[in-house]
Design a protein around this ligand. Sequence first.
Ligand SMILES: Nc1ncnc2c1ncn2[C@@H]1O[C@H](COP(=O)(O)OP(=O)(O)OP(=O)(O)O)[C@@H](O)[C@H]1O
Ligand SMILES: O=C(O)[C@H](O)COP(=O)(O)O
Length: 393
Amino acid sequence: MNKKSVRNVEVAGKRVFVRVDFNVPMENGAITDDTRIRETLPTIKYLIENGAKVILASHMGRPKGQVVEELRLTKAGERLSELLGKPVAKADEAIGEAVKAQVADLKEGEVLLLENVRFYEGEEKNDPELAKAFAELADLFVNDAFGAAHRAHASTEGIAHFLPAVSGLLMEKELDVLGKALLNPERPFTAIVGGSKVKDKIDVINKMIEIADNVIIGGGLSYTFFKAQGYEIGKSLCDNSKLDLALEFINKAKEQGKQFLLPVDIVVTDDFSADANTRIVDVDGIPADWEGIDIGPKTRELYADVIKNSKLVVWNGPMGVFEIEPFSHGTLAVAQACAETEGYTVIGGGDSAAAAEKFHLADKMNHISTGGGASLEFMEGKALPGVVALNDK
Ligand SMILES: Nc1ncnc2c1ncn2[C@@H]1O[C@H](COP(=O)(O)OP(=O)(O)OP(=O)(O)O)[C@@H](O)[C@H]1O
Ligand SMILES: O=C(O)[C@H](O)COP(=O)(O)O
């Protein structure tokens, strides 16, 4: 990576503003997956051990510039304190006199967590005044929030214009792994793209046709490709505005000599619920009033074979509605094949990461990104503003 890392600068005795992504899933006030907090421990511990005064900042949810009680970072602070085995002070705001006083009291090796930065209107607007107010709290900015690196916000991008700005260890790891995988891929390289909407995945499918050897398509976005080829898709998801583009992708893959794999059979249902009737049909057999919900057994076998014969697999988006057990078999089969392949496996965050966790296969993958949208934009080849703003080496 051509950006400076926290390891390249002096941190002892310095006040360090560390942007993390503690936007963790919560249910009834409790954290249901603390992966993003655990993944920042190397950076936080490094700073503690090297005598920095650590000021942590994060967003949580989308409060749109208002204080939303359920989106306070209190629980995240408590969890971090448990994981670190030391107290983590918590501020009730992210800027202002009270916060300044708390920062002034910080001793070397101590940690203070600021309140949700999205409680301020200026955060998402990347307001320079807010960025300056964050910067005034510190001597150094460390960005470890890979999950929010695709956002040009005051605490991810703006602040980097007012302080020396370097990457944290998680940010560095994410960029190294994803960068190496995509810039110099081991081949055969298979990209798996699933999920619900074609429009969210256009750029990634396009890019993957260019750089991968095999592109595997699954999930709700498959049906736009089927309809484009003239098949009946019943009540399945479809983006009618993308039919031409779907055909273009199929042709582009053909022209470039790439394998573009679409499901050959699918699980259809007459209702979107666990006890609905289901059937397995070939792609040309979807009943007009039924809905495609998962890939079928022939497809599972075909996809697993391709995955197991790959040296690199990059997976983004589930193969079906994996949250409902009868429709989870396709996603499970792909997760199992990723777990079993000798190739290097990268999961691009979001729902595929949640699926790997759900199937207890997460520890069998080589890299699970902490970024959903961020990893997608990185794979599309887009520059991430939170990274661009950091100091060059
Ligand atoms: N055939 C289908 N019909 C309807 N929904 C589907 C189908 N296949 C998958 N889904 C749904 O798609 C959702 C995931 O789509 P999305 O495009 O958000 O994936 P993702 O990119 O992995 O997630 P994220 O955006 O969080 O990174 C899941 O909730 C899943 O239930
Ligand atoms: O969960 C994420 O993908 C990141 O925390 C970014 O959140 P956002 O999509 O609300 O900006």
